[in-house]
Design a protein around this ligand. Structure first.
Ligand SMILES: [Zn+2]
Ligand SMILES: [Zn+2]
Length: 218
């Protein structure tokens, strides 16, 4: 018997549990917790993955992006907010593993260099880990830490408007070999898109041609 990583209740062994065990997929979560996450099913904005019947949602219409497109997997609902609180702010490192199956599937279909959104060294020391690399590590996904981040005020303390206007905090840490290189940025949450857009700007200014992104929540 295993226990759900999120609610810690024993996971019932059903036929599908047996099957996933047979396929050697790790069962990490109970079905109640899995059901708490709402998949973004669409129609979605072509740019930012927000649910939208228009090709581009009203946030994205007429906005200039360095980021070519974003895809997100789940709605940032109350359940997801609780999850992020546990993971990111209470430092429950192990639960970063629960999206591994979907991430592996997505990145297998999009064979591009994965670049995690970095946190500043100060933040990393405070929290003990970078949430984006933690999730990728626990999913056994290879990534390149091409970006670094200067330390700035905590994002969550700023208003939405201020966040949209944030100055450039990212810089490219290494020489990128080919200017043809395509990159997929990886982050936990897409909020206003400004973080990913600034990261995309830094990469494009160093010669990367195409920068898209994947986030778990939107
Ligand atoms: Zn559970
Ligand atoms: Zn949009």
């Amino acid at each position: 018997m295993i226990n759900c990583l999120l609610c810690l209740q024993p996971v019932k062994q059903s036929a599908s549990w047996e099957l996933s065990w047979f396929l050697s997929e790790e069962v990490l979560c109970c079905s109640d917790c899995i059901a708490g996450f709402e998949k973004l099913t669409g129609p979605l904005c072509n740019m930012c993955s927000r649910e939208s019947s228009d090709e581009f949602c009203k946030d994205c219409q007429g906005r200039e992006f360095f980021l070519d497109s974003n895809r997100s997997l789940y709605q940032y609902n109350d359940f997801a907010k609780e999850y992020m609180k546990k993971f990111k702010f209470q430092g429950d490192y192990i639960i970063g593993a629960i999206f591994q199956k979907e991430l592996k599937k997505y990145f297998a279909a999009n064979k591009t260099t994965i670049v995690p959104i970095p946190v500043s060294e100060v933040r990393k020391l405070e929290r003990g880990f970078n949430q984006t690399t933690a999730i990728l590590n626990q999913s056994n996904l290879h990534y390149e830490e091409l970006l670094a981040k200067k330390h700035s005020e905590k994002q969550s303390k700023k208003t939405k408007r201020e966040r949209l206007e944030t100055e450039q905090v990212f810089y490219v840490d290494e020489e990128i070999g080919s200017s043809e290189k395509e990159i997929i940025l990886f982050d936990d949450i897409y909020t206003t898109g400004s973080t990913l857009n600034l990261a995309a700007q830094a990469l494009k200014e160093s010669g990367v041609k195409k920068v898209s992104s994947l986030t778990i929540f939107r």
